[in-house]
Design a protein around this ligand. Structure first.
Ligand code: ZN
Length: 264
């Protein structure tokens, strides 16, 4: 059983379609880590594809903002993101709004893999927190018990490995446990072995389909192989200028158009 892991599509239909056609035949199901909409020019098409094809999807902060629920303050977003949120709200059809509204804003698990927690941002703050450093990852490992957690939100592919060590106290030589977290740089096409135990757990981020922020403009995704216990992170070039011309036609902010060329 191989799962195509998509995150932070951000209404970039051209990127999404490129990923789906590139990964065709290499997966049996799709999981989506949220932010289906926001920033990009095709929120309805992306929401419809994910509603139809994804076996599991959680709510991202941009999906949440696009719903305009009471208490939602768009001033939490920077000016360009805010403009895109308000545009997305106007564009969404009732059907797609209902789909986004149905997504969980709490971590979820698939029946296929109850040992894998799935959330948009972090186990501690499922919609909002950025896991960008080993120390933030370490704090988050303390608030979930599963061997593996999948997150998106940062738009940067990453592997965080938590390990429990035994260390001797220098004075009384008594053994005590210390948890540490390492950041492992994932390499395109190189499977990461998902070895987990009571002493070793993982947080995995596939990066972003529709708006990468690691200075690589290509769409990012991952294949999670539940039988081989591997995680393979992938990148694929897509016709960025096509998304950019769609954005210009919708008068979305220039800064959001430009950043796609650079991957930030
Ligand atoms: Zn996002």
């Amino acid at each position: 059983m191989r799962i195509l892991i998509l995150s932070d599509i951000h209404a970039n239909l051209v990127a999404l379609e490129t990923v789906l056609s590139t990964a065709a035949g290499q997966y049996d199901a799709i999981w989506c880590l949220g932010d289906v909409v926001g920033y990009g020019p095709r929120p309805n098409e992306c929401a419809q594809i994910i509603a139809e094809k994804a076996e599991l999807c959680v709510m991202g902060n941009h999906d949440w903002a696009a719903l305009g629920r009471p208490g939602m303050d768009v001033n939490d977003f920077n000016p360009q993101a805010r403009q895109a949120v308000l545009w997305t709200r106007r564009e969404l059809t009732e059907e797609n709004r209902a789909f986004l509204d149905s997504l969980s804003d709490q971590p979820v698990q698939s029946e296929r893999a109850p040992d894998i927690l799935v959330t948009h941002a972090s186990p501690r703050e499922p919609v909002w927190e950025y896991i960008l450093t080993p120390s933030i990852a370490l704090e988050n490992f303390a608030v979930f018990s599963e061997p593996i957690c999948l997150v998106g939100h940062t738009h940067k592919p990453a592997v965080y490995r938590w390990r429990l060590h035994s260390e001797a106290d220098e004075d009384d030589e008594e053994l005590y446990s210390v948890a540490t977290v390492d950041y492992l740089q994932p390499y395109v096409g190189v499977p990461v072995e998902l070895t987990t135990s009571a002493q070793e757990r993982l947080i995995l981020n596939p990066g972003s389909v529709g708006q990468p922020r690691d200075n690589d403009a290509r769409a990012a995704y991952a294949i999670l192989d539940l039988d081989q216990h591997t995680w393979t992170y992938e990148r694929v070039a897509y016709p960025i200028e096509l998304t950019q011309s769609q954005m210009r036609a919708e008068r979305l902010p220039k800064r959001l158009v430009d950043r796609l060329s650079f991957g930030w």
